[in-house]
Ligand binder design. Sequence first.
Ligand SMILES: [Zn+2]
Length: 528
Amino acid sequence: MRRAALLALLALGLLACAHLAASLPSQSAVLKRKRGKKRAAAEQRQLAERDWVAASVQRYLSNQELGDWLAGFEKRCKAVAKLSTIGTSAEGRPIWALEISDRPGQAEAEPAVKYVGNVHGDEPTGRVFTLALAEWLCANHKTDPRAKRIVQSMHLWLVPTMNPDGFERRSRGNSQGQDLNRDFPDRFSSPAMQPSGQEQPEVAAMMAWSQSVGFVASASMHEGALVANYPWDGTADRSTRYENCPDDATFRHLASLYATTHKRMAQPDNPEFPNGGTTNGAAWYPIYGSMQDWNYIVGRCFELTLELSQNKWPDEPGLAALWEDNKDSLLAFPLAAAYGGLWGTVREEGSLRGSKGREVAPLGGANITVLATATGEEQPAWVLSREGRGDYYRPLAPGRYTVVVSKAGYKPFAANFTVPADGSGAQRHFVLAREGSNWGGEVAHAPRFLAGGAPEDASAAAAGGGGSLLPWKAAIGLNGSGEAGQLWTAEQTRSRDRLVMLGAGAVCVYGLWITHSRLKRRSHPRRM
Ligand SMILES: [Zn+2]
């Protein structure tokens, strides 16, 4: 009886294995063929898209042509692009914004960064570079690691022209003759940074949109020099001198990153800025009502003003070379600003959930205050964790710091951390306990599965360890939506699946082997 059962089992096992063996190669051949076809199609597409990049840097498009191009781009690259307008110019022309992301139009626990071109109507290279950047990202986001990271781990917004009326006239100001980069609320004439209501429509649109998205960093594109400019732009007494803002070190770091990644900006033959290609705004010439200072103060957004060509309105045959000069910098800046400093999530303690640990929920509006450890100086960039998702991004220059995470009604938490010089950033996740909670002294801990790298000290370990093992897109919830729950990265999910399959395979082989050896033992005596 038992022998018959064992035999049947063996037969079944053999059948299953034979079936598998028969089906596997043919399946894999089909898969291979499919993959080959897919790859060929992708290559074809890439070839075509490389032409789009080349075409985008041939000449200046009229406003009408630019609108058509953007609409076409959105259709061609709809998986990673969404076109919208942030408002209209004084003469009613649309101010377009192109969102580049693997989930365009969707709110995610990811940082937003923007590039704004053509702020001055007679400085049009930003129109070209934003378009070329969009085309390049669309063409390369499956193959180039930088493009992949940008598309997968952030929302990059491109505004090709903030001043379409000025472009139409080839004038610096808009149709009302107003310089848009002097029209923002200014910290001296309007200390509360309240808009006067008299701002030009282009500026009003930019302010409203910037605040609704909530950018971590941005850059506006200009011409007339070759330099990366950073706050402050103005001085109290209107004198020309270096006026450092509280985040001077971080701004110098970001400006220098742009300049040194640029093909020519940081070269000693840069006529006006031979010493590294960067400048403090007020040290060059003070201005008031600039978009850069407004972004930093009101938007908590680290904005650079990029002067990208010695001449204004450079000749069209030189545009392709100018794009090549800037391409690597344009790719490096958003990643360095968003992920090169301190970033992570803030959550709040929830109710106990079984033995698996505490349930946690995203906590928005928590204040991330960073102090430079060396000087004890506060770097007051008032960065807040975002409502609904709890993620935060705090650009920083490499160095050692202390971070204090606080919110009214919660116990504040402090941790030390280091921003490494290699640009990989410091990833920290915090869980705040409610005031009066008896949750021991532990107010922050590493969400499970997120710890990686060697923690620097006990409090940093409690706050989440290093992030060296994680891909750029840390899973915040399973789908980046920021819901409470266990945290898995894609890599961890894959390795878990591999383990499960290996385990199942081992069990199957073991079972067959046992069956086989038992049958062998029993059948031998009879044959002998
Ligand atoms: Zn300008």
